[in-house]
Design a protein around this ligand. Sequence first.
Ligand SMILES: *[C@@H]1O[C@H](CO)[C@@H](O)[C@H](O)[C@H]1NC(C)=O
Ligand SMILES: *[C@@H]1O[C@H](CO)[C@@H](O)[C@H](O)[C@H]1NC(C)=O
Ligand SMILES: *[C@@H]1O[C@H](CO)[C@@H](O)[C@H](O)[C@H]1NC(C)=O
Length: 204
Amino acid sequence: MAHDTCLTGFRLAGVVLAALIVNAACLIWIYSAKPVESPSGASGCLIHDLGKFLRSPSSNSSLFLKASRPSKQTKQIFGELEWEEEGKEMGSMFLTKNRTHIQVTVAGLYVVFVQATFKLPAGNDTRDLRLQLDFTYQERTDQFASAFDTRQLLEEEQDAPLSFSVLVWMEPENRLSVMASHRQRVDYERRPVSTFITIIRCSD
Ligand SMILES: *[C@@H]1O[C@H](CO)[C@@H](O)[C@H](O)[C@H]1NC(C)=O
Ligand SMILES: *[C@@H]1O[C@H](CO)[C@@H](O)[C@H](O)[C@H]1NC(C)=O
Ligand SMILES: *[C@@H]1O[C@H](CO)[C@@H](O)[C@H](O)[C@H]1NC(C)=O
């Protein structure tokens, strides 16, 4: 009887071991198959292109802007951010007079990186944060890319950063603008800057 139980135990262990081996083999197969099967995502494409354009001598135009406190008092939670120049190197881009839009003068592929840091108060509910890049061409404005987060408020104040980077093909007169929510929570003061946009022209 005891002998039987022992054997069953051995058999059981064998089955479990076999199952583990099959499992492990499956996992290894999945891991090795994955990079080949998965289509190259947007970010992979971006890194590839970023590397290419950083080596190319044509990337001679760039822009770095810091968010500035809105010039107009507004109750709108979701709205356009305003910018101010941090450096002088503008090249083929400029900030429009009302400081909300960045317009290009030369066609080409542009890498855009946007980051916003929100200062959230203490509390026990949540805040929906949003950062969005809008693309204006001719008379149309498209919502081009965005980042979201629903943050749980804590017992003390907290900082919540959102960021993303995209590649945009732009023609002369095309404009970019950034919408943020909650706009009044954006950190405009901190140094080094924590809310900014940087744009680099890759090529034409
Ligand atoms: C920047 O690059 C463009 C084309 O890639 C070229 O036409 C232009 O002369 C360059 N500007 C400067 C200041 O080097
Ligand atoms: C700011 O200027 C841009 C470009 O001139 C324009 O498209 C946009 O509507 C203006 N925004 C406001 C709020 O006036
Ligand atoms: C959240 O905070 C409010 C005001 O401080 C308090 O009245 C309420 O009981 C709190 N709710 C929970 C679930 O802690």
